[in-house]
Ligand binder design. Structure first.
Ligand SMILES: NC(=O)c1ccc[n+]([C@@H]2O[C@H](COP(=O)([O-])OP(=O)(O)OC[C@H]3O[C@@H](n4cnc5c(N)ncnc54)[C@H](O)[C@@H]3O)[C@@H](O)[C@H]2O)c1
Length: 335
């Protein structure tokens, strides 16, 4: 089998460390991938004076696949989020975030196995924001929800549920207050769900969903929601299983797919060799599934599971005594 070419964005903060660890794991697992390195984020600004250079966009356009470390976004000012720009440029409308427990990893809950499907291009992330009136006396951010965007994301979630033999899809919204934008999302969702009579479909208001996720998380199977709620709830879901270090994400469009960790650049531990690479390793496994290397993906997940079960090997964020290198070595040994 030929090697699949993938654009590699190592990212900022802990990105380069966890990307190097992930590549070591992929090599040990025999993944047939070839990486084209490209820059984005802070390093791209430093070297090319552009957080998302055209050469990076060209590389992803050519390969149609990318593995991406986290990128830092300045708060309140400075350049716009490169993550949001990538999602919008390539119309990566589905952000798929699987959340499940790993044996031996300390966590408040057990028995969790859910997938959060976040709409990835619309809502308050559409980028329509400005000050209103003189000075900075007021500001507005406009949420855009379209019938087209709602239909394709809910359909994606229902098809995923069917493909993975899951039972229930829960649409999360705030249609009681945001009657127009979220009302449209809910109405379209209910219409699309009628085409999937084999699946249970229900809906929850986001505040109730947040409460239920911490009181009865095992109730959930597939969640589909709008961009902002998906952003917030996916960190909440990562918290259910032991933390952000375990949550991968796939940004999927019709042409291009970008795989990443849900977490950010973790500036508090960057450069210290303490980061947990699991989320990016799991993101790479999702990529391998996508390109028909499911056997390699299974090997990677099994080895990761065995390393995670060892308190000696796993990293401190998961209550372990290991660091990035001991943990990566344990995964490679298991392979
Ligand atoms: N997809 C992305 O690229 C992405 C996602 C979220 C945040 N960010 C960016 O990351 C930067 C920092 O954001 P933040 O501090 O709010 O969130 P963060 O996810 O970087 O960190 C939150 C906490 O989780 C810990 N953590 C995160 N990942 C970890 C890992 N792999 N191993 C061990 N501990 C880990 C951090 O040490 C920190 O205490 C910001 O610039 C933000 O915009 C990027």
């Amino acid at each position: 089998m030929g090697r699949t070419r993938v654009t590699l964005l190592r990212g900022d903060g802990i990105g380069p460390e966890i990307a190097a660890a992930t590549i070591q794991v992929l090599d040990a697992a025999g993944a047939q991938l070839e990486f084209d390195e490209a820059l984005a984020g802070v390093r791209a600004v430093e070297e090319l004076r552009d957080p998302l250079p055209q050469v990076t966009i060209d590389s992803i356009t050519k390969n149609r696949l990318a593995l991406k470390g986290p990128l830092s976004t300045p708060v309140g000012q400075g350049f716009r989020s490169v993550n949001v720009a990538l999602r919008q440029h390539f119309d990566l409308y589905a952000n798929v975030r699987p959340i499940q427990n790993y044996p031996g990893v300390p966590s408040r809950y057990q028995g969790i196995d859910l997938v959060l499907v976040r709409e990835n291009t619309e809502d308050i992330y559409a980028g329509i924001e400005h000050y209103v009136g003189p000075g900075r006396s007021a500001a507005e951010s406009i949420a855009i929800i379209t019938r087209h965007g709602s239909e394709r994301i809910v359909r994606y979630a229902l098809e995923l549920a069917r493909r993975e033999q899951r039972k229930r899809v829960t649409l999360v919204h705030k249609a009681n207050i945001l009657k127009y934008s979220n009302g449209l999302f809910l109405d379209v969702g209910r219409e699309v769900a009628k085409e999937f009579p084999d699946l249970a479909f229900d809906d929850l208001i986001v505040d109730a969903a947040a409460m239920k996720l911490v009181t009865a998380p095992e109730r959930f199977d597939v969640i589909v929601t709008t961009n902002l709620f998906g952003d917030i709830l996916s960190d909440l879901c990562a918290g259910l299983i032991g933390g952000l270090g375990l949550a991968p994400g796939a940004n999927l469009g019709r042409e291009v797919a970008i795989f990443e960790a849900v977490h950010g650049t973790a500036p508090d531990i960057a450069g210290k060799g303490l980061a947990n690479p699991s989320a990016l390793v799991l993101a790479a496994a999702l990529l391998l599934d996508q390109v028909g290397q499911g056997d390699v993906a299974r090997r990677v997940r099994t080895a990761l599971r065995s390393a995670l079960a060892s308190e000696e090997a796993r990293t401190a964020d998961l209550g372990g005594r290991g660091d990035l290198q001991t943990f990566t070595d344990a995964i490679r040994r298991a392979l």
